[in-house]
Structure formats: structure tokens, C-alpha cells
Design a protein around this ligand. Structure first.
Ligand code: NI
Length: 140
């Protein structure tokens, strides 16, 4: 583990109070842990803007009864197989399916795939979790 460096910072009182509220509400053990996570969030967000490889997870909720939808979703994933790491299909109800697709590739490709899948007729909801390969978090 890296050496810990202590720092002090200055905040306006209302902002300090908000920080305390967020930390308490979120169940963080202390402010340091919250600020570490906030920095990591920012690094991941920057990674998505940098053109480097990222990891993303797309979650789709869709009606499998919609004509050709299963086939279209499958075809789209095959056409970008070089960035698809894994996918899981869950039968939610008699009509509805949930599919989670994990991707690793350039941010633009992953976003494009999420948009493409989400826009298919019969897809009721689509979400993209923007994750990281971990490189930016583990390097010195
Ligand atoms: Ni299903």
C-alpha cells in the first residue's frame, strides 16, 4: 500500500456541512474514504473522455415477444464481439427479459453499443454503468 499523505483543506461552512451530510448518509467511515472515492470517480470519468480502453456494463430490459428483437440484439453483440466480454440473460417475467452485457473497449465504441442496443424497438429500458479497466487506479 502507498504511503499516506495528510492534507488540510478549506471549505465554506455550508459546503462543509453538505460534505458531512453526504458522508453520514452514505455510511462512509470517515471523510477521507469519501474523498478517495470521489477522486477515483473523477479519474474514471476522465478515462471515459481520454480515448483509452474502459469497461462498461449495459443492462437492458426488453419484451422478448417483440418481433425479431432477440435476433437483432444478438446480431449487434456479434458484430462487436471484439469488445463484448460476457453477457447474462435473465427471464424476469413471462414477457420480460433482462440482459447484462459487459464490454471492454474504447469509450466511444462502448457508448455507441449502449445507444444502439437501447434504441431497438421493444427495449423498455437501457442503462450503462461506466466502469474502468483499473489501470488508472492501480498505477503510481
Ligand atoms: Ni428471457
Amino acid at each position: 500500500m502507498s504511503e499516506l499523505i495528510r492534507l488540510s483543506l478549506s471549505l465554506e461552512e455550508p459546503l462543509y456541512n453538505k460534505l458531512d451530510q453526504i458522508v453520514n448518509r452514505s455510511g462512509y467511515k470517515n471523510r477521507s474514504e469519501f474523498i478517495r472515492d470521489m477522486i477515483r470517480e473523477r479519474l474514471v470519468s476522465d478515462e471515459w473522455e481520454s480515448g483509452k480502453d474502459v469497461v462498461g456494463t449495459i443492462t437492458l430490459i426488453y419484451d422478448h415477444g417483440k418481433r425479431n428483437l432477440n435476433m437483432k440484439l444478438n446480431k449487434l453483440q456479434h458484430s462487436t464481439h471484439h469488445i463484448v466480454l460476457a453477457s447474462t440473460h435473465v427471464h424476469l417475467t413471462e414477457d420480460l427479459c433482462a440482459e447484462m452485457i459487459m464490454l471492454k473497449g474504447k469509450a466511444d465504441e462502448v457508448k455507441h453499443m449502449a445507444d444502439n442496443l437501447g434504441q431497438q424497438m421493444g427495449v423498455l429500458h437501457s442503462g450503462l454503468i461506466m466502469g474502468t479497466t483499473g489501470d488508472i487506479l492501480s498505477k503510481e
